[in-house]
Design a protein. Structure first.
Ligand code: SAH
Length: 464
């Protein structure tokens, strides 16, 4: 059945919303205000609909500048002009934060293309038996063959193409997730935008890499820009990309990047913001909001390789970084040494465990910076943070949904002073948001109010 519909909004995944038979459906490649003819398929439990023809296009619609747009799914907003993408992200934040705080315009990029310094690709065989590479189609083990990607750095395109050729030449089979056979599973490429150093991580299914020396020689001949190659062994039945065992095949086994006026060492499994240009804006904004001063003791929880920690250390008396990933903590310690920053300490621990211990030891922090993974923090961390009573909390998040959830706990004793979104992931629906929380005055806090209530009740019972 065909039907004409009008799209009234975008959902959080960037899909256009329409009303059909009192139901709201989300449809890809449709923008607010657009009228379109849809093909409707009434299935058993749901209605499936897709755009056949757009009758009147939005003034914000642009021609997707990537031929893989319809299959890939990596960039959900490629058909929307960049300014409208930023507006979309701001509106998502307005929805999440309700009316609790003003949401300013998102800090965007001047040139939002080719921004990713880290690229991941996976392999498969074409019907003709040639190696193809790209990303998995949503909810499947089917690889979408991708030759170029407009959000990843250019070198990555060249390296992946050369790698495909070498794999074909050396008859190295891609790993098949369904049959659990084959050898090469993924490739990760990391480029230091400030140093042009490039690390290639070949994720393989077992240790035995036949003809490895000749392979590395041939690969390097085609890609002289590579400064290091690491073999990572992942022999588990898992959707995790990296395994625990690594062997350096060429170079130092990591890259260095220079940005923020410093140099950073980044190992294969350590976290590093994928958009270097926006990372500088993100940290500058976060530290401006934190207004750290020379007397402050600062905690940087979920600190990764210590990028924020070291930036904060230049402003503060002392900064403690806490991070779970051992390799990242090693990198952070090396980074402090390399940049000759001495007023920092790094601790390898689960952040919540460490926070609880610090609260029990009555440690004092003036400012807490927290930047947890997408899943957010947890109530143990947040409650311990309330006990530590820092003057300010800076919560940086790559998933504002979990951020807003976590703020519910912090709001007992803190008020949301301001927020600032930074566009770390142009063309995708991902949003990065910084939130500044300031401690309420003593009688405004949850404990203060409870104390007041108890005192009032006491007085009342005395009067009786
Ligand atoms: N602030 C850093 C890293 C942010 S990403 C930066 O801007 O680069 C989140 C980090 O939290 C990752 O390095 C991850 O390894 C770490 N992490 C995840 N779970 C953790 C936990 N339970 N305790 C401490 N660190 C954790």
């Amino acid at each position: 059945m065909k039907l004409e519909c009008e799209c009234f909004a975008l959902d959080a995944k960037g899909r256009g919303l329409v009303r059909i038979q009192d139901k709201v459906l989300s449809i890809s490649n449709l923008l607010p205000g657009e009228k379109a003819i849809l093909e409707i398929n009434q299935k058993k439990n749901f209605i499936d609909a897709k755009v056949i023809e757009i009758i009147s296009a939005s003034k914000h619609r642009v021609e997707p500048s990537c031929s893989h747009f319809s299959q890939c799914g990596g960039c959900q907003l490629l058909h929307l002009d960049y300014k409208a993408q930023l507006d979309f992200k701001r509106r998502q934040l307005v929805k999440l934060f309700k009316k609790e705080v003003q949401i300013p315009a998102i800090l965007g990029m001047e040139d939002p293309t080719r921004y990713r310094n880290k690229v991941h690709s996976t392999f498969s065989l074409s019907k003709k038996g040639k190696v193809i590479s790209g990303i998995y189609e949503e909810n499947s083990h089917h690889v979408v063959n991708i030759s170029t990607c407009m959000i990843q750095n250019k070198e990555a395109d060249i390296i992946i193409e050369a790698l495909r050729k070498c794999l074909n030449d050396f008859k190295i089979e891609p790993f098949n997730e369904d049959t659990q056979t084959g050898f090469i599973r993924h490739v990760l490429i990391r480029k230091g935008f400030g140093t042009s150093q490039v690390l290639v991580v070949l994720v393989v299914a077992n240790k035995v890499f036949y003809g490895v020396n000749n392979f590395v020689k041939a690969f390097l001949k085609q890609c002289p820009m590579i400064t290091s190659i690491v073999m990572n062994i992942n022999d588990k039945k898992t959707s995790m990309v990296l395994g625990n065992e690594e062997k350096v095949l060429y170079g130092k086994g990591y890259i260095e990047d220079s940005c923020l006026g410093m140099k950073f060492k980044i190992s294969s499994s350590s976290f590093y913001q994928v958009n270097t240009v926006q990372m500088e804006k993100l940290y500058a904004q976060a530290l401006k909001m934190a207004s750290v001063n020379k007397n402050d003791r600062v905690l940087d929880a979920y600190c990764g390789i210590g990028t924020i920690t070291l930036c904060a250390a230049k402003l503060a008396k002392e900064v403690i970084g806490v991070e779970l990933n051992r390799q990242a903590v090693h990198d952070a310690i090396d980074n402090a040494k390399m940049n000759e920053i001495h007023n920092v300490r790094f601790i390898c621990s689960d952040a919540s465990k460490w926070m609880i211990q610090s609260a029990e030891n009555h440690e004092k922090f003036d400012v807490v910076i927290m930047d947890p993974p997408r899943s957010g923090s947890d109530s143990r961390f947040l409650n311990a943070c309330l006990k530590l009573k820092p003057r300010k909390i800076i919560y940086i998040s790559c998933n504002p949904e979990t951020q807003v959830r976590d703020l519910e706990i912090l709001k007992r004793n803190y008020k949301i002073q301001s927020t600032q979104g930074v566009d770390m992931f142009p063309f995708t629906t991902e949003i990065e948001n910084i939130c500044l929380l300031v401690r309420k005055t003593n009688n405004e806090t949850y404990e203060g109010k409870r104390f007041d209530r108890l005192r009032r009740n006491e007085k009342r019972s005395k009067i009786k």
